[in-house]
Design a protein around this ligand. Structure first.
Ligand SMILES: [Mn+2]
Length: 195
């Protein structure tokens, strides 16, 4: 079988992003975005997805992290869409309930071709460090470009870092399930015949 992979290069006046994805060949994640916290989240997402990811990005973070976080989300979404292709033989759905110490998050997704995001996460405002509001921006950018339906629920938690980690890990696990490929079942998993 031909490997399902894609490479997206996105260059604007604000950011410069390269994403390489290989759904059929895992490699130790290579992530470098100049935003330490984002690197940490994307590395654990990639690790738990079982998908091969190389992500390199930089941009106008002297303003704030907004443009870069959003553009990385856009680029990963585009790369995923391209790599899944016609979706023949894929599992399509994935979901995962993931604990990270006191934090517990649930993620369910459908590689439906239609974009929808339900994000119910109550992360407290934090004066310093990463702006946790940008996590929702990241997922919005991702789903709107990948064409997927994604539900994210925070079940419980106290620490922002733990909560964020539980979301990204659960997302990785759920996505890993959804892109699983079956050689035996060479059909698009939809009664409509197309996704
Ligand atoms: Mn951590």
């Amino acid at each position: 079988m031909k490997q399902r992979k894609a490479r997206v290069i996105r260059k604007t006046k604000e950011t410069n992003v390269t994403v390489e994805i290989n759904l059929d060949k895992f490699s130790v994640p290579s992530v470098s975005t100049t935003i330490g916290f984002l690197d940490h989240m994307l590395e654990l997402f990639a690790m738990h997805s079982g998908i091969g990811f190389k992500i390199k990005a930089s941009g106008d973070t002297y303003i704030d992290d907004h443009h870069l976080v959003e553009d990385v989300g856009i680029s990963i979404g585009q790369a995923l869409k391209e790599a899944v292709g016609d979706k023949k033989g894929i599992a399509r759905y994935g979901h995962f309930l993931l604990p990270m110490d006191e934090a517990l998050s649930y993620v369910a997704l459908d590689l439906s071709g239609r974009f929808f995001l339900s994000y119910e996460v109550d992360i407290k405002f934090q004066k310093t460090g990463f702006n946790y509001d940008l996590i929702q921006e990241f997922f919005y950018a991702f789903v709107s470009n990948a064409g997927i339906t994604l539900h994210i629920r925070m079940i419980k938690g106290r620490n922002n870092h733990h909560l964020a980690e539980s979301i990204f890990k659960a997302f990785g696990r759920a996505l890993g399930q959804a892109v699983l490929y079956s050689k035996k079942k060479q059909i698009v998993p939809s009664t409509k015949g197309v996704l």
